[in-house]
Design a protein. Structure first.
Length: 155
């Protein structure tokens, strides 16, 4: 199981989250970010190629999975802007209050056990006038896809 969790699962998530329509949705949201940006659930770094280096000072990523962060660091090495990772401890973002111009959150809230608390924490670190740029999903309109979504949810 450890080999699966460490090597196979991160790559499967990266593959599934990098499919066409998902990437198209990312391409509509991420380029809007500006200044000092916090990315919630940076995962494998799929959003990094969509940031506009002329508008973004730095992307600071947070993700509870060290294995996903490792994939993100590989992608970050190819970026034209600085990318940093910070810790998430006990549901708290290890950053000062009002320290980010924008927050990007794509296809992440479904993985957070207490989304309301997470949104409160995002609000804490967002500067006044800052923006939460997000793209999330819900249940699919196709009943057979909904069944698979419910089967996969515990995973």
């Amino acid at each position: 199981m450890q080999l699966y969790d460490r090597y196979l699962l991160p790559r499967l998530i990266d593959l599934a989250c990098g499919l066409g329509e998902v990437m198209q949705a990312r391409a509509q949201v991420v380029p809007l970010a500006r200044g000092r940006v916090l990315e919630i659930g940076i995962g494998s770094g799929l959003n990094l190629s969509f940031y506009d280096p002329q508008r973004v000072e730095v992307v600071v990523g947070v993700d509870p999975s060290a294995d996903m962060q490792r994939l993100a660091r590989d992608r970050a090495a190819r970026c034209q802007m600085p990318v940093e990772m910070i810790a998430l401890e006990l549901g708290q973002i290890q950053a000062e209050d009002a320290s980010f111009d924008d927050i990007v959150c794509t296809f992440t809230l479904c993985t957070i056990p207490d989304a309301v608390a997470a949104l409160g924490e995002m609000r804490r670190v967002l500067k006044p006038g800052g923006r939460l740029l997000f793209c999330e999903h819900g249940l699919a309109p196709d009943l057979s896809v909904v069944r698979w979504q419910k089967r996969l949810t515990p995973l």
